[in-house]
Design a binder for this molecule. Structure first.
Ligand code: NAP
Length: 246
C-alpha cells in the first residue's frame, strides 16, 4: 500500500509513534524515526523493522527547536531525495489545574505539541509544493476536541493542531497534498501509564466501546490516510477514541 514512499514520523521512539513506524513499514514505506531523548528505543525500533526486511533510519532532534528541525530536514532531503509523508506525532503533557499550572508548563507543552507541528510543516512545505504531492497527518487528541480539566495547556495545543490542520489543508490542496488530524482517545502508552488508577477508571467510564485503545488503532488510521485510498480526504479530524467524544 505504501511501497516507494518515505515517511518521517516525529516522536517514534515510543508509544503511538513507534507503532506508526512499524505499521507504515509493514505496508512497505521506508521510515525515518525521529526521537528526542530515547535513542536506544529508537534504534530498537529501527532494528525491529530491518529484521522484518523493512527500511528504517533514526534521527535525533527536538521538534520544539526550530533550527535543529530545519537542519535535520535539509540533511534528510539530501540523503533520501524526497519525503512523502509527515506524521506529526511528538507530544508531551504537563497536567495540572490552572491554579497550579506554571507559565513554563503551559508554554513548554504548546512549544512541543503545537509549535513543533508547525515547524515540521514549515520545514517541509516548499519540498511538498515542489513535489506536488504529500501527506501530512497531525496527531491531535480527544482533549483538543472536548477540553479536559487539568489539561488546559495540552487541550489548547491539541485544539490548535486542529486549526493548523484545516488551514494548511486549504493552503496545500491545490498541489495534491492532503492534511488531516487524528484525535485519539485513551491509548495505552507511557503517556497514559503515568495517570493515577482513579483517573484511568474515570476515563474508562467515558468510553462507550469499554476498552482502552492501542497504538495499532491509531497507526492503522495513519496508514489509511497516507494511502491512495484516502486521496479525497483533507482537512478532517478523525476521532479514534472508542466513541469517547460522542
Ligand atoms: P509517549 O508514549 O509519551 O511518547 C511520546 C513520544 O514523543 C516519544 O517518542 C518522545 O521521544 C517524543 N517526543 C517528546 N518530546 C519530543 C520532542 N521535543 N522532539 C521529538 N520527539 C519528542 O506518548 P504517546 O502516548 O505515544 O503519544 C503520542 C502522540 O499521541 C502525542 O502527540 C500525544 O499527545 C498523542 N495522544 C496520545 C494519547 C494517549 O492516550 N496516549 C491520546 C491522545 C493523543 P523521546 O522518548 O525520544 O524523547
Amino acid at each position: 500500500m505504501l511501497s516507494g514512499k518515505i515517511a518521517l514520523i516525529t516522536g517514534a521512539s515510543r508509544g503511538i509513534g513507534r507503532q506508526c513506524a512499524l505499521t507504515l513499514a509493514g505496508y512497505g514505506a521506508e521510515v525515518i524515526i525521529n526521537y528526542n531523548g530515547s535513542k536506544e528505543m529508537a534504534l530498537k525500533t529501527v532494528e525491529e523493522i530491518q529484521s522484518h526486511g523493512g527500511k528504517a533510519h533514526a534521527v535525533q532532534f527536538s521538534v520544539a527547536d526550530f533550527q535543529s528541525g530545519q537542519d535535520a530536514i535539509v540533511n534528510l532531503l539530501e540523503q533520501f531525495g524526497r519525503i512523502d509523508i509527515l506524521v506529526n506525532n511528538a507530544g508531551i503533557t504537563k497536567d495540572n489545574l490552572i491554579l497550579k499550572m506554571s507559565e513554563n508548563d503551559f508554554n513548554n507543552v504548546l512549544q512541543v505539541n503545537l509549535s513543533g507541528s508547525f515547524y515540521m510543516i514549515k520545514h517541509l512545505y516548499k519540498h511538498f509544493l515542489k513535489q506536488r504531492s504529500g501527506r501530512i497527518i497531525n496527531i491531535s487528541s480527544v482533549s483538543g476536541v472536548m477540553g479536559n480539566a487539568g489539561q488546559a495547556n495540552y487541550a489548547a495545543s491539541k485544539a490548535g493542531i486542529i486549526g493548523l490542520t484545516k488551514s494548511v489543508a486549504k493552503e496545500l490542496a491545490s498541489r495534491n497534498i492532503t492534511v488531516n488530524a487524528i484525535a485519539p482517545g485513551y491509548i495505552d502508552t507511557d503517556m497514559t501509564g503515568a495517570m493515577s488508577e482513579s483517573a484511568k477508571e474515570s476515563v474508562m467510564q467515558q468510553i462507550p466501546l469499554k476498552r482502552v485503545g492501542t497504538g495499532m488503532d491509531i497507526a492503522e488510521m495513519v496508514a489509511f490516510l497516507c494511502s491512495e485510498k484516502a486521496s479525497y480526504i483533507t482537512g478532517q479530524v478523525i476521532s479514534v477514541d472508542g466513541g469517547m467524544h460522542i
